[in-house]
Write a protein that binds this ligand. Structure first.
Ligand code: NAD
Length: 286
């Protein structure tokens, strides 16, 4: 007989709802003469980035959001990247801008993202956006961090007073997510590559979010029975498949786990499109 498997925290249904909302709002905007447009700046040939950008462009196409991939050379200098972002920031036909990582050596994402106009910063990459988020002011949150919250809410996972471990402290995922969780009254522990005894920390938690980019990092030993585990990791395997940071089979036997693909990812892309439609609405005075 098959082993007992915990519930699967799919992101598909929530992503579909968000895409339906985006489709409706994008059509209304286009009718008013403004087609929401997203520009994705890419300066890498990294496999998992390519996978991500293609899935974003596909989702944009389905919802009526225009999506331009601006491909720069993999040895692009910081000045070229900055000029590109500044040009897009000044272009009234562009409403959302994303700077895709990894970047060429010598370029620092947090530095360059300062060239993305905050009102077009649909992935919350400009340090001003993160500062505003932490201060409780309106700003676009990084889409992946917001997607984790949406996934938890879609499955009615309670957060107030609960313990949550965020594994990963990057500026794009771990740090903003920790703040979004704090805003919902969770007790948050942020773990990272120097955390001692990771398993003994995460095993005590009601919710574990894995955002480290390390396949197989979170095993059954890291998770208590009945916990909720959200897998943010997107790691390309050698044969072109996509895996998360969680050893899905063994963890899925004792916890409710979000799948990769099909968990956080589709919600993330839908949120980037939602942010773009919102940015277009503000830009056109709606
Ligand atoms: P990053 O490399 O910038 O940061 C990784 C973080 O994980 C660091 O803070 C590091 O301290 C921590 N870490 C690394 N190894 C660890 C270990 N052994 N134990 C504990 N912590 C460890 O990565 P990132 O940009 O934050 O992305 C994290 C993952 O999320 C990647 O797999 C990335 O592809 C994925 N991601 C997914 C989406 C999505 O939409 N699903 C979006 C963005 C990023």
């Amino acid at each position: 007989t098959a082993p007992a498997v915990g519930p699967t925290l799919s992101g598909s249904a929530r992503a579909a709802e968000l895409r339906a909302e985006v489709t409706e709002r994008a059509a209304a905007s286009t009718e008013r003469g403004v087609t929401p447009r997203l520009a994705v700046v890419v300066a890498t040939e990294d496999e998992s980035t390519g996978w991500y950008v293609r899935s974003l462009a596909r989702a944009a196409g389905k919802t009526g959001v225009a999506c331009d991939t601006v491909q720069l050379p993999t040895d692009a200098r910081p000045a070229l990247l900055r000029d590109t972002l500044t040009g897009l920031s000044e272009d009234p036909g562009v409403h959302g801008i994303i700077l895709q990582t990894p970047l060429p050596p010598g370029s620092v994402a947090a530095d360059l993202a300062g060239a993305i106009a905050p009102e077009k910063d649909v992935d919350g990459a400009n340090p001003l956006s993160l500062g505003r988020l932490v201060a409780g002011l309106p700003a676009f949150a990084p889409a992946t961090a917001e997607a984790v919250m949406q996934l938890l809410d879609a499955h009615a996972v309670p957060l107030s007073g609960r313990t949550v471990a965020v594994v990963g402290r990057s500026t794009v995922v771990g740090k903003p997510l920790a703040h979004l969780l704090l805003d919902r009254d969770a007790t948050v522990t942020v773990c990272h590559s120097r955390t001692a005894e990771l398993a003994s920390v995460t095993r005590r938690m009601d919710v574990v979010v894995a955002a480290a980019g390390r396949p197989g990092l979170i095993t059954a030993e890291h998770v208590r029975d009945g916990a909720v585990v959200v897998d943010v990791g997107t790691n390309a395997t050698e044969d072109g498949a996509l895996v998360g940071d969680v050893a899905a089979e063994e963890v899925g036997r004792k916890a409710a786990l979000s799948p990769v693909p099909g968990g956080v990812g589709p919600i993330t892309t839908a949120l980037l499109l939602r942010h773009t439609v919102s940015a277009a609405a503000v830009a056109s005075g709606h």
